[in-house]
Design a protein around this ligand. Structure first.
Ligand code: SAM
Length: 272
């Protein structure tokens, strides 16, 4: 079914209002493809009918937003942030703790289907080794997509998914086989807690974190929403806290509270 320009613009308003995601006019094909199954499921004969129904159903609106999110991710995506974590951020955190056991709070704030969360957990395991249990470690994992956060929380991945970014030793050490899937081991799964969350929702109480991963999500937002997001995230960093954004992203012209630190071929942001 083809979408009219009028319907596309109305859908764009709904999706933007509920997620901040900007849908451009050239995304008609993508919208048609992703939302066609909803038309069939709800026995609707046009996108106009879908919009009318969404206006009276928050559940349907949430399904539309979910379908319009792009959940592309992989284990150890872009590699360098995880090397940075292991070689710089965790040693610095230990120095700040004066080498004593401490509370380490990390947030993966648009975690998609969880590969980022478990890549962080594996990096922590590889860094702390047998001393890991002497620290209180919590990884908050959130995303706006219901389906993505459910999958993240299950920690079940296909052969194809584990082939993207994990080496054989990591697969052997941190996953168990549950045919036809691979399941993240409980000791890693239990470091994380999962929550559906819209990053642009005003009233959310975010908390305070040592490290925030906010990668490859702000690219879908308008400049104003990016400014608002990074303003909130900056308030969520502890004094020595660190923000990591996507490899192709920058806070230039977006946020003045945080300064960029280049390190090991990548960069992180911290308070000035
Ligand atoms: C491309 S994925 C990035 C996943 C991971 N951070 C990475 O870099 O591999 C973008 C994620 O942002 C989520 N997202 C989009 N808008 C959001 C919002 N307003 N609040 C929270 N998550 C959002 C999407 O559901 C999607 O899972």
């Amino acid at each position: 079914m083809k979408i009219t320009i009028q319907a596309l613009m109305e859908l764009a308003v709904i999706v933007h209002r509920h997620s901040g995601i900007v849908l451009k006019k050239n995304k008609a094909y993508l919208i048609e493809n992703r939302l066609q199954p909803l038309l069939e499921e709800y026995c609707l004969s046009s996108f106009e009918d879908l919009i009318a129904r969404a206006k009276t159903s928050s559940q349907l609106t949430s399904r539309i937003v979910d379908l319009m999110t792009t959940n592309e991710t992989s284990f150890f995506r872009d590699k360098r942030p995880f090397a940075l974590l292991k070689e710089k951020l965790l040693p610095d955190w230990q120095v700040n703790q004066q080498q004593k056991p401490g509370h380490l709070n990390i947030w993966s704030c648009a975690c998609a289907t969880g590969q980022e969360v478990y890549s962080i957990a594996i990096t922590l395991m590889e860094y702390f080794k047998e001393n890991i249990s002497s620290h209180t470690i919590k990884i908050k994992a959130s995303d706006i997509s219901d389906s993505a956060i459910v999958k993240a929380s299950r920690g079940l991945y296909s052969n194809y998914e584990v082939s993207r970014g994990l080496n054989p030793a990591q697969l052997k050490n941190y996953f168990t086989r549950e045919e036809p899937h691979w399941k993240i081991k409980d000791e890693l799964r239990s470091m994380a807690y999962f929550e559906k969350m819209n990053l642009l929702q005003h009233e959310i109480e975010y908390g305070k974190f040592d490290i925030i991963f906010c990668r490859n999500v702000a690219i879908y937002f308008s400049k104003t929403d990016r400014q608002r997001l990074f303003h909130s995230l900056s308030a969520c960093l502890k004094d020595n806290g660190v923000l990591i954004i996507g490899a192709t992203e920058t806070l230039f012209d977006i946020n003045e509270q945080l300064q960029r630190v280049d390190c090991g071929g990548t960069a992180y942001y911290c308070h000035k």
